[in-house]
Design a protein around this ligand. Structure first.
Ligand code: FES
Ligand code: FES
Length: 271
């Protein structure tokens, strides 16, 4: 029988026997071996993929049942070589030993986070019931999912675990909300300076005008990612990808703090 389906955004076609399972089709015909086969009887969860937006055990779905479907496998989770927050969580929280169960776990948790962006530990553990792990255990896997939940729900797409990161997240929140006066009063010293290549602004009144114009014309809408965050006791630096009125762009910012507030702030665009 002829089957045709979109897998990870790409169309695949094959001639299959009616008894062939989706797991075998993905691995043997399409070469997508990230999907693992552990038990082949629907018990271990290592073969989980997303089928039309819902997680399924692909060893329990006939290839012909997936005809015309939209499928996502573990190979389609990272975008442009960048791990998503769940994958990053598994890496950060050492949630992988042999890794055999990991693709299925990530696909099951992808389904969970698609339904509930802030699941508690109990819900995460309930959703892990269908995924067996023989070597790492579940504690670190729960930690990985909690890592992703924290990161996904952060305004700056980063784990907020230091005072500088908290200040950064709060700045972004206030900028998105247009709360310019609070931004300046809560985070900048009275004679603080904000500098770029084409302007220099000093003092609370001038900073309020500057950020009012920023909110009006540039309009930060969302931070998609934050990278290279470096901090010392009285300074921090990062690069970020942000959505503004001008589209998606890369920026960098460096801050020097005095008595817990920003004293000097250099900001620039990465071309
Ligand atoms: S291989 Fe499908 S559930 Fe085990
Ligand atoms: S990491 Fe080995 S089975 Fe889970």
């Amino acid at each position: 029988m002829h089957v045709s389906m979109v897998v990870n955004g790409k169309r695949y076609e094959a001639e299959v026997e009616p008894r062939m399972f989706l797991s075998d089709l993905l691995r043997d015909e399409f070469g997508l071996t990230g999907t693992k086969i552990g038990c082949d009887t629907g018990q271990c969860g290592s073969c989980v993929v997303m089928l039309n937006g819902v997680s399924v055990k692909s060893c329990m779905v006939l290839a012909v049942q997936a005809n015309g479907a939209d499928i996502q496998t573990i190979e389609g989770v990272a975008q442009n070589g960048v791990l998503n927050s769940l994958q990053e969580g598994f890496h950060e929280k050492a949630s992988v030993q042999c890794g055999f169960c990991t693709p299925g776990m990530i696909m099951s948790m992808t389904d969970l986070l698609g339904r509930n962006s802030t699941p508690g530990e109990k819900e995460i553990r309930t959703w892990l019931h269908g995924n067996l792990c023989r070597c790492t255990g579940y504690q670190n896997v729960v930690g990985a999912v909690q890592y992703a939940v924290k990161k996904n729900n952060s305004h700056v797409k980063m784990i907020i675990d230091t005072p500088c990161k908290q200040m950064y997240e709060n700045r972004v929140k206030l900028l998105i909300a247009g709360e310019v006066d609070r931004l300046v009063e809560e985070h900048y010293n009275k004679d603080a300076v904000v500098v770029s290549f084409d302007f220099i602004v000093r003092g609370h009144d001038a900073l309020k005008v500057h950020f009012r114009n920023f909110v009006k014309w540039v309009a930060l809408k969302e931070v998609i990612s934050t990278d290279h965050f470096v901090e010392t006791e009285n300074s921090f630096f990062y690069e970020a990808t942000a959505v503004t009125n001008y589209g998606v762009g890369r920026v960098y910012d460096a801050y020097y703090l005095k008595e817990g507030k920003i004293d000097y702030h250099f900001t620039g665009i990465i071309k």
